[in-house]
Write a protein that binds this ligand. Structure first.
Ligand code: ATP
Ligand code: MG
Ligand code: MG
Length: 552
């Protein structure tokens, strides 16, 4: 299967249209269960379903697959909608819920009973498991399988009316207890759940199974292409069986594609919840989480996620994608779109001794090296500036392209300076570097022909602003968390968050709005935190460093 953008479903639908096998609109749906926050894997499904509708001029709906009331919550319903919108997609019409169709689904269940295609089974769940058999052993018919229609209708009514405790009775489709495909061995259609539902309240104490609800909801909504992940392939015969045996208004078809697996991360809601419960991250939207809300806070753009999904493509196999592909997608986007700025993360004071104390020269710097539409910046150049500790050494060989005592370096967007002296603290550590600047070197090399070794970034000590910068990195240190150790919590990257409390940023940056993205020159891409940053009290998160340090 060719990688990089190949989408077999886009091709398949194009072929169906070309051959005249598909008429009318392409209608898809994104069907999350509201039992957690969406993660990067869901983004693939969102981009696929909404993307196909966009591509073929059709429709995509958002439908909450809400048949498990105990696990579902309004908080998840809200966050899922916000995440889909954030990715830049909008669903057709109102948000749908599978629970909108509970009355119709109930009628469909009655229809199956009346046609002799369903029965109320009163085996205990242990008994039912034995009767079911396994992959090598055909199942055995339940003694309740041959109940009369009247008997079944009465028993189903008793289920609906609350006459059974949970597990005492279930409505099953009467298909084939010897089927090779286990999904066809009289699957459950309705089970008893004495639980209030977030949409329907106390109206029901029986709830349809996923298999019974899904295809029928697709049919009710006029979905033409019901796209799900590969683990549902074996459910397709059942999906079709229901469509064939019910008076549904349309005949949707299920198609399967391979799930997204990303290395260095986990994408199961259950395991993500464990990270939160263990206090390893700060919640669903911690910037290290692979949730869409976490990725958003980390500073990823919706465009970069969509580009990533396009790059990964859609195929019928489950492959593992390197997290570097995701990181490169946001690098590409921000390299082109993020304005440039300077931030000193680990400051060392540089005193320019041939500048008077009160001197302030406003230097102009481009907002972006090749984007004239991004506004230019103004950098106050003053006697005291901060540089990175790592950008100064008392002595170093020629490979060190930064500031060395007695040597020259260019301050980015400013002048060439030559280090003359250091000031030490009692422990002998350098706490200040003194230098002289050459006033003729703005955009020019020194007249004496001795070139600077390199270019370093800096921020005015008197006019710069303090900032809190959180350098985030991958949450896990190994490609397949838990594989070797047995527990993914044993594979955490201890350096997934480094807080730099005493950073200095150029003055204009302190006032940006939350979620403004920027390249800190020579360091990486950063975003003003969606929640913790306030104009005037800057807090930045690192999206990614400029270069990948993980790939060998
Ligand atoms: P989880 O296992 O994390 O609970 P799920 O599949 O149960 O995920 P749903 O809410 O049912 O989550 O997912 C909504 C849609 O997103 C489904 O169509 C599902 O197949 C798809 N989806 C979920 N995870 C992935 C993934 N890793 N790659 C592609 N699609 C996914
Ligand atoms: Mg699911
Ligand atoms: Mg799930």
């Amino acid at each position: 299967e060719p990688r990089g953008g190949h989408n077999f479903l886009r091709q398949l639908i194009a072929d169906q249209i070309a051959r005249g096998e598909h008429h009318g609109e392409v209608v898809t749906r994104f069907p999350p269960e509201p039992n957690g926050y969406l993660h990067i894997g869901h983004a693939k499904s969102i981009c696929l379903n909404f993307g196909l509708a966009e591509h073929f001029g059709g429709k995509c709906r958002l439908r909450f697959d809400d048949t498990n009331p105990e696990k579902e919550e309004q908080e998840y319903i809200d966050s899922i909608q916000a995440d889909v919108h954030w990715l830049g997609f909008d669903w057709e019409g109102a948000v749908r819920f599978t629970s909108d169709y509970f009355d119709t689904l109930y009628d469909y269940a009655l229809h199956l009973i009346e046609q002799g295609h369903a029965y109320v089974d009163e085996l205990s769940s242990e008994q039912a498991r034995e009767y079911r058999g396994d992959w090598n052993t055909p199942g055995t018919d339940s003694p309740y399988r041959e109940r009369s229609v009247e008997d079944n209708l009465a028993a189903f009514e008793k289920m609906r009316a609350g006459g059974f405790a949970e597990g005492e009775a279930a409505l099953r489709a009467k298909i084939d207890m010897a089927a090779g495909n286990m999904n066809l061995r009289d699957p459950i259609i309705y089970r008893v759940r004495h639980a209030a539902h977030h949409q329907t309240g106390d109206a029901w104490c029986i709830y349809p199974s996923y298999d019974f609800a899904h295809g029928q909801s697709d049919a009710i909504e006029g979905v033409t292409h019901s796209i799900c992940t590969l683990e549902f392939e074996d459910h397709r015969p059942l999906y079709n069986w229901f469509i064939e045996h019910l008076p549904v208004p349309a005949r949707p078809v299920q198609y399967e594609f391979g799930r997204l697996h990303l290395n260095y991360t986990i994408t199961s809601k259950r395991r993500l919840r464990r990270l939160i419960d263990a206090g390893i991250v700060d919640g669903w939207d911690d910037p290290r989480m692979p949730t869409l809300s976490g990725i958003r806070r980390r500073g990823y753009t919706p465009a970069s996620i969509r580009a990533f999904c396009e790059t990964v493509g859609v195929s019928r196999s489950d492959g593992v994608v390197d997290t570097a592909v995701l990181e490169n997608a946001v690098r590409d986007d921000l390299n082109h779109n993020a304005p440039r700025a300077m931030c000193v993360m680990d400051p060392l004071k540089l005193v320019i001794t041939n500048l008077p104390e009160e001197a302030v020269e406003m230097l102009a710097a481009p907002g972006h090296p090749n984007r004239d539409d991004l506004p230019a910046r103004t950098l106050p150049f003053t006697r005291e500036v901060f540089i990175e500790k790592a950008d100064f050494r008392e002595s170093a060989n020629k490979k060190y392209k930064r500031l060395v005592l007695g040597k020259r370096v260019r301050l980015r967007n400013a002048y060439v300076v030559e280090a003359t002296d250091v000031v030490r603290d009692d422990a002998g550590e350098v706490i200040e570097v003194h230098c002289r600047y050459d006033p003729d070197t703005l955009g020019d090399n020194p007249a004496d022909g001795v070139k600077p070794r390199g270019v370093i970034h800096w921020v005015s000590a008197s006019h710069g602003r303090r900032a809190l910068v959180r350098a985030y990195d991958r949450l896990f240190a190994t490609p397949n968390p838990g594989r070797e150790t047995g527990d993914f919590l044993d594979d955490l990257n201890p350096a997934s968050l480094e807080v730099h409390a005493g950073c200095w940023i150029e003055p204009g940056l302190a006032e940006v709005e939350a979620e403004q993205r920027v390249q800190f020159e020579r360091i990486g891409y950063f975003v003003a935190d969606r929640f913790d940053h306030l104009p005037g009290a800057p807090v930045f998160n690192r999206v990614v460093p400029l270069r990948d340090s993980w790939s060998k």
